[in-house]
Design a protein. Sequence first.
Length: 150
Amino acid sequence: MSTEETVKKDIYYMQRALDEAKQAYKEGEIPIGAIVVCKNKIIARAHNLTETLHDVTAHAEMQAITIAANELGGKYLEDCTLYVTVEPCIMCAGALGWSQIKRVVFGCLDEKRGYHEYAPKALHPKANVIGGVLDSECKALMQRFFKERR
């Protein structure tokens, strides 16, 4: 697959993750969305549910990992890509590392809690990470959410 095709595919799937983030926004959740793609098929869609479930671990990535593992019938996601609108936190990066996910694509950086700053080796050593896909759209949704809350 050419670089141009990969970029187009990443944008397409990040838009699907943004759809999930917008759903979280509507539900009063921090607007982060995630999807898992395996062999060009979306096998998991999720968004933050920390408020709904009263569970600090109910991040979009954690939900997506669980859904994808159930869909595949196993705990490893080595042939999958996770698309998430905001850089994973340390907890989510650790879980992604344990899942052996092949590729992580995120929208905007999380400068306060992102794994790059605090745990740069949390993902699986063979994981390929791409950041900044639809960065401005992802960042704008987060900023709007927090501006309305403060």
